[in-house]
Design a binder for this molecule. Sequence first.
Ligand code: 5CA
Ligand code: ZN
Length: 503
Amino acid sequence: MKAVLGTISLDHANEELGGIILPKAPERKEWSERYSEWFHRVISEVPIYDTRYPVKGTGIWTPFGYKLRRAVIETIRDMLEETGHEEVLFPLLIPDYMLGKEGEHVKDFEDEVYWVTRGGKDPLDVKLALRPTSETAIYPMFQLWINAYSDLPLKIFQIVNVFRYETKATKPMIRVREVSTFKEAHTAHASKEDAESQVEKGVEIYSRIFEGMKIPFVKSVRPEWDKFPGAEYTVAFDTILPDKKVLQVGTVHFLGQGFAKAFDIKYMKSDGGYEHVWQTCYGISERAIAALISLHGDDSGLVLPSAFAPVQASIIPIVYKGKEEEVTKKCKEADCLLKSKGIRSVVDDRKDITPGNKYFTWELRGAPIRIEIGPRDLENSTAVLVRRDTLEKTTIQMEELVEGVHKMFKEIDLALMERADLWFKSKLTNAEDVEGIKSNLDKVGGIVEAPWCGARGCGEEMEGKLDGRILGTPYKEAHDVGGKRCANCGREASTIIRIGRSY
Ligand code: 5CA
Ligand code: ZN
């Protein structure tokens, strides 16, 4: 398979079809040079997400956006259920005394919490927080639910909205104040080993989710000073957006016994004594959907992996005078056939719109395949399939339509992964010293890896010098720093450090 870096350019501009000039093949100029504008344009033109609601940091999933969101949620839900997690639903409101139980947690979230203090005109006797995340809502119930060894492990998740009064610039889907699509999993275990192995499983589950979405990532153990408040350590998934900035798309936390002690969650051991449980939690949000939208797109709009595309195949009748009815009928038959095989197809039989304009619509909306059927196809019993990612055309026999569509989905999905991977790898560089890191961050962006001594003071110093964020060290990945010196202080290196300019 041919992989393409940066710009995809095939020249279809001269191809004519019944007097219609096909739209120019996809480029990635706006996508890479003015990503932020590109993103806003795509989400509002498709439309996916409407940002005009008059509360800062909130947005509306449009019908099309909602379908995309639902496909992502379904994948996540299936993956969690397959791996023994059960779905629950907790209240949005958390009493202040519960939110305050775990010291570090509340200290870090304090400035981000929205409070409900009145019911009608009456002041509430207990202030209620809108959940910024649900540890402090869920764990008091764990305390009631967990008594015996046989109650463990306990693995639950919920998909809810959470509220964070983000003070950095908000950005649709990426940094919102109402996170509308927050999947949080929470687990409790009898031993430290068991909980740590759940962290590994959480990381594995997320890896599979991102692989399914064709989102390349690295997994890093966040530095001590940037871990989740209340956690012993945090493993984060970082990807790189078209503007070469780093986006954290998911996190898995090892909570140790901190919350268990704060909320007194204990189980009885075989000797009759009690032990606090060991816990993990992991979260993912609509940020992952923003990454899905961003990573595969081009200047014509969305390009979506087949599993997530709300419309997988658009069928466009190429009509000539006198043949309208026959062609449209054939399109509808093809549509029925595809639908009966579980393919999400539509016939675009809008009147008074040129096929060219219909192509624009479905390219913008990221339908992986466009199917064109015209009078000549009626005679030959064929259809023309056009790949969204390359605009390559293939003529196939009508009786091979379903097979051909499935085959093309596979090819597109593979190509999307390969293209995204290549692009990601081109933004993942190495450096040996602070100068080199800085130069890579300035020139390439993305993520820079460098040898590091592992000392907190040294890391913080480096962060100051670099105008970048220390993303952490590789999680369970072989890396050889034998004989290397720390990029910042020159002492013997013990590990690799990752740095990027992040959202
Ligand atoms: N309770 C834990 C695990 S569920 C937790 O809240 N972790 S978190 O703070 O790291 O959030 C989980 C994920 O949600 C993050 O990795 C990030 O991808 C996403 N996220 C966090 N804040 C926002 C926000 N303001 N807007 C969009 N997504 C967000
Ligand atoms: Zn050092």
